[in-house]
Design a protein around this ligand. Structure first.
Ligand code: NAD
Length: 425
């Protein structure tokens, strides 16, 4: 099928590469010229295992190209996935500017296109957005009617950064929210050889499935952190406790790892957005308020622990291992490292940091802290060390480098054999 992807960030690029690898002809559309040039020359603007190699293969086979030209993308495709960002506004609500602008842009081209075209929203959007913003905007600008002249679906994305391609190509489920059967059939055809169950539903339900899923995962993390903080007081290891809890197949063992709190581009903003939507609908989402509150406190825990143990931290050399919000990605958005660095700077610490992938991104936010090429260099320069991201390579650090350091483990990763204090163990 001929497919265009509008917005080629994390989700858009993964969708593009994934669908092209399945044999579809894909056009990536983005407003960012630099991203487009990179993609066309086989360089992925984000780090994701396996992505660059696959992109190069696909480019050679001429199954994918990137452009900034909306007209070209829409006229040369039959289906478009809209995957632009939906960041938070200051009040936590979802910023609809990108999705509205993208809908207007495609509507302007659709006006002069005679053949049937299906638009599928892949961005995470609060219930009502696809029909009230995307549909309305495309109809207004194109003068055409959804369900008659063009198709409309909402197809939420559940990929995890770090294993994005694998998740995209073998999802637990494909959810297709459809305006009408004809639109849904087109999308189902695209996903027919994914070997994953397909759930077809109405558009608003698909929109809420995404939020309910992320809110539940965030709840599991905050729950584990709360039990973890109790474990710490009781002298127990939360990992031992959660191992027993997760053996219950009604619960399962995933997302029960206590640590420095959740971050990334999705959970924080999605929990905020669904809280806001619930409030607008006249509900009081008490559980989700608590999920957020526990998470915000948890991000500061490692600094508080260091302070409780060592007193005044000013002037101390504080090493941080891990800046990405999780291993396998260079994404630092809303990650605990941002809060930890801010708290340490407030206390007058000198910060030494290392991350295998995320230093470039962190440098843009904190250009003046000390970045080191290896974890060993961080350890040479600090007397206190905090483990923030559980990159597997930190497990291999020679324990000798930790000698005479105060080590606070925000993620359980280090080998046994050194004195260290865990955040919840
Ligand atoms: P991103 O910020 O990495 O990428 C968005 C891209 O859209 C950017 O490259 C931007 O230049 C482009 N863009 C903006 N307006 C445009 C327009 N009018 N036309 C063409 N391109 C335009 O965002 P992301 O992380 O890929 O997330 C996209 C959506 O998917 C969000 O709603 C997010 O919540 C959701 N989502 C993200 C993930 C994730 O792990 N990142 C997972 C599931 C769902």
């Amino acid at each position: 099928m001929k497919i265009s992807i509008i917005g080629t960030g994390y989700v858009g690029l993964t969708t593009s590469v994934g669908l092209a690898s399945k044999g579809h002809d894909v056009i990536c559309l983005d407003i960012d010229r630099k991203k487009v040039d990179k993609i066309n020359s086989g360089i992925t603007p984000i780090f994701e295992e396996g992505m660059e190699g696959l992109l190069k293969q696909i480019l050679e086979k001429k199954k994918l190209m990137a452009t900034t030209d909306t007209r070209f993308a829409i006229l040369n495709s039959d289906v478009s996935f809209i995957a632009v960002g939906t960041p938070s506004n200051d009040d936590g609500s979802m910023n609809l500017d990108y999705i509205k602008k993208a809908s207007g842009d495609v509507g302007a081209v659709l006006k002069n296109k005679d053949s049937y075209h299906v638009f599928a929203v892949k961005s995470t959007v609060v219930p009502g957005t696809t029909e009230e913003i995307v549909k309305r905007e495309i109809e207004k600008v194109s003068g055409k009617k959804a369900g008659k002249d063009f198709g409309l679906c909402m197809c939420p994305e559940f990929l995890k950064e770090g294993v994005a391609l694998k998740d995209f190509l073998s999802p637990n489920r494909v959810v297709i929210g459809e305006l009408d059967k004809k639109s849904g059939d087109v999308l189902e055809e695209i996903f027919k050889d994914f070997n994953s169950p397909v759930l077809r539903t109405q558009i608003k339900t698909a929109e809420l499935i995404k939020y309910a899923s992320n809110a539940l995962l965030a709840t599991k993390i905050s729950f584990s952190n709360e039990i973890g903080n109790l474990c710490k007081k009781l002298g127990l290891d939360v990992y031992d406790v959660m191992k027993g809890v997760g053996m219950d197949d009604r619960i399962n063992e995933k997302f029960l790892n206590a640590g420095c709190g959740y971050g990334g581009s999705c959970f924080p903003k999605d929990v905020k957005a669904i809280i806001k939507k619930a409030e607008e609908a006249g509900c009081t989402p008490k559980l989700l308020y608590a999920v957020e509150e526990v998470n915000e406190q948890q991000k500061k825990r490692i600094v508080e622990m260091a302070e409780e143990k060592l007193g005044d931290l000013s002037g101390k050399n504080f090493g941080l291992l891990g800046l990405a919000f999780k291993p396998g990605t260079d994404d630092i958005r809303e990650g605990p490292a941002l809060v930890i660095i801010r708290e340490l700077l407030k206390r007058g610490c000198v910060i030494h940091a290392h991350d295998p992938k995320a230093m470039k991104n962190m440098r843009k936010v904190f250009p003046d802290i000390n970045y080191h090429e290896t974890p060993e260099d961080v350890l040479k320069n600090c007397e206190i060390c905090g483990i923030v991201t559980d990159w597997p390579e930190f497990r291999d650090i020679d324990l000798g480098h930790f000698k005479n350091k105060q080590v606070f483990e925000g993620r359980k990763i280090l080998k046994d054999g050194i004195v260290k204090e865990g955040i919840c163990w």
